[in-house]
Design a protein around this ligand. Structure first.
Ligand code: ADP
Ligand code: MG
Length: 471
């Protein structure tokens, strides 16, 4: 039984912290020093090894006892009783008293790593492995180089880009990578918001507690890798800027790695001291781009797989093809934010499970109810509209058939895709299942000429334009 508890302990701590919104400082002072002692007959015993001893224990029993009991019960799936004791207490189980509680033989490497991840305030799901590189090869490679030789390759690393594009993911991947590759490395992740709150709490007080201030500063200065997320929120906050400036200088001199993320470039962050902007630009500045269509599809396929749905490229498999079409629909309608992209897929998967309906494009459309008035015109819409107009199928258009009743509508698709979308020739070629993008270019030119010289082609195009874009 004890094995199970030990194995689940990191998960319990994680659940407890998130569920009850426990502040970092509280978590570190009172919760991390709790060690598992025993789990027998539905009774869990923990030992509190924190510096604050019995007064700390009293505080935990008063404030967090019930929350801890609930968290343990939920994660273990067992309605447990709980006792929290001090080292040396006679009711502790012999084999797990304090001498061997911190490094127990049961602590496998994985458990130790999980603890370090928690102490670093990282989320273990953000790794380089789970990051789809796609059109963000530069940002990914630079981050990997930094993770591989922290403090040496590029210092600081400044990652910037729009909301939901993977900045936090890449930054935390660096942290997780370093923890895994160097068992001694100390990594600390913080958001600028949480850092600012600490500054306000400690330095804004009337009666300042010097010990607390020293502890706070040491926490950030004794690390090998410091990750500060969303640094744009530093703007206008002088005290926070000063603290970050000092921490930066100290870490930098010691060749310790610093990584920032921001939604804009260093020189576009307003209301900050020039000396900070200079520091931010001192290493390397890399931007994270919105994912292109292929990257969006790859992210969706990956995400589907993580939910137990394997998607292949096999279009002949009916069920698989339906899912591809659904993913294509999502990838076409959610273009700028990976969080929204994944969220949409989550919704589709969840509703399909609840309603026991297979995932198809229609089901995705129904579930997501994208506002069509704002919907971007896509190659697929164009192909469908043209097919309908000529009373052939979309599959005909994308086939190898060369007869004029199909070849002409296909060239019209090439023309309209170029006019209405900003997809590259290669992408349009893919939609039309053509190997060569020069074919698309040729088709486009043919129709362009015809529109200028042949009134009937011009009339057809005008009708189609109205169908595609009625506004
Ligand atoms: P940001 O910090 O830039 O706002 P996040 O890093 O929080 O964005 O990313 C939002 C979500 O999208 C996260 O769940 C993240 O894992 C996922 N994500 C973003 N980019 C990628 C990518 N290239 N590959 C896989 N997942 C990604
Ligand atoms: Mg973020």
């Amino acid at each position: 039984m004890l094995d199970i508890l030990e194995e689940k302990w990191p998960e319990i701590l994680d659940f407890f912290k998130k569920e009850y919104d426990i502040q970092d400082i509280t978590f570190e002072t009172f919760i991390l020093p709790l060690n598992v002692n025993s789990y027998k007959d539905g009774l869990v015993k923990l030992v509190f090894t924190g510096n604050s001893g019995s007064s700390g224990l009293q505080y935990i029993n008063k404030r967090y006892f019930d929350f801890l009991k609930i968290s343990i019960s939920i994660i273990l799936g067992d309605d447990i009783d709980l006792q929290i004791l001090l080292p040396g207490d006679s009711s502790l189980e012999e084999e797990k008293n304090i001498e061997n509680a911190s490094v127990s033989p049961l602590d496998s490497e994985d458990i130790i790593l999980e603890k370090r991840i928690l102490e670093s305030h990282l989320d273990k799901k953000y790794t380089f492995d789970s990051f789809v590189v796609g059109n963000n090869a530069v940002a990914q490679a630079t981050s990997l180089a930094v993770a591989d030789s922290p403090g040496e390759a590029h210092n600081p690393l400044f990652l910037y880009g729009g909301v939901g594009l993977g900045k936090t993911h890449l930054m935390q991947s660096i942290g997780n990578f370093v923890l895994k590759s160097d068992p001694k490395a100390k990594v600390l992740y913080t958001t600028t918001e949480s850092f600012t709150n600490e500054v306000i709490d400690l330095l804004g007080k009337q009666k300042k507690n010097q010990d607390e201030i020293i502890e706070f500063r040491n926490k950030y200065r004794n690390v090998d890798v410091l990750l500060i997320d969303d640094i744009q929120f530093i703007s206008g906050k002088e005290r926070t800027q000063e603290e970050i400036f000092n921490i930066f200088n100290e870490l930098f001199l010691k060749h310790k790695q610093i990584v920032f993320t921001s939604d804009r470039k260093p020189n576009e962050i307003e209301d900050i001291a020039d000396r900070l902007t200079t520091r931010f630009q001192q290493g390397i500045t890399v931007d994270i781009q919105s994912p292109d269509y292929e990257t969006r599809m790859a992210i969706l396929k990956n995400h589907a797989l993580s939910q137990g749905i394997k998607v292949t490229d096999d279009r002949d498999d009916f069920e698989n093809n339906n899912i591809i079409e659904a993913l294509d629909y999502i990838a076409t309608n959610f273009v700028t934010n990976v969080r929204e992209l994944e969220g949409s897929l989550n919704n589709v998967i969840a509703f399909s499970k609840i309603n026991r309906v297979p995932i198809t494009k229609e089901f995705a459309m129904d579930t997501l109810k994208v506002d069509n008035s704002e919907e971007k015109i896509t190659c697929q819409t164009i192909i469908n509209t043209v097919a309908e107009h000529f009373q052939i199928t979309a599959a005909d258009i994308c086939s190898k058939k060369r007869s004029n009743d199909v070849a002409f509508p296909r060239q019209i698709c090439m023309y309209l895709c170029r006019v209405y979308t900003d997809e590259k020739l290669e992408t349009i070629a893919k939609y039309l299942k053509k190997k060569n993008h020069a074919t698309v270019s040729y088709g486009y030119n043919e129709i362009k000429k015809a529109v200028e010289t042949d009134p009937s082609t011009k009339a057809t195009i005008d009708i189609l334009k109205k169908k595609i874009n009625p506004k």
